[in-house]
Design a binder for this molecule. Structure first.
Ligand code: 5GP
Ligand code: ZN
Length: 126
């Protein structure tokens, strides 16, 4: 179901877990937010720092992403989250899973920022 939230122009789906976090229906501590992008820690962290960077607008995946400005904003937010989290200098890994075979489990576009572990060089991860 698509609804209007209190945020003008921003559609959400009430059965989407990330839309519910963004709307405040499910509590989360936001480590970054602006008009278009929001970031919060992953509930099951895979590294000492594991943050999800998410568009406020419900976009299902990279396959559905059509707005180049939003794409840029998401990537810029990754850098900002890394700087705020104190991991920009040491480095971090950014992952986007897309679709069933890509391992995506939440159908609301999100970028994983993982840091605090030494990831294998050149590896695409497990
Ligand atoms: P995906 O597998 O779709 O790339 O990543 C989805 C991520 O969302 C997983 O790492 C999972 O732990 C996280 N996640 C699922 N439900 C919640 C939730 O309710 N809150 C938070 N903070 N993270 C969630
Ligand atoms: Zn959503």
């Amino acid at each position: 179901m698509v609804e209007r939230t209190s945020h003008l122009r921003v559609a959400m789906t009430s059965d989407c877990i990330f839309c519910r976090i963004i709307s405040g229906a499910i509590p989360a501590s936001f480590v970054y937010q602006d008009e278009h992008v929001i970031a919060f820690p992953d509930v099951h962290p895979q590294a000492p720092t594991h943050v999800l960077i998410v568009p406020r607008q419900h976009v299902a995946s990279v396959s559905e992403l059509a707005d180049p400005e939003l794409a840029g904003r998401l990537l810029l937010a990754v850098g900002e989250v890394a700087r705020r989290g104190g991991v920009a200098e040491r480095g971090f890994r950014t992952i986007i899973n897309t679709g069933a075979e890509g391992g995506q489990t939440v159908p609301h576009l999100h970028l994983h920022l993982l840091a605090g572990s030494k990831f294998a060089e050149g590896s695409l991860g497990e």
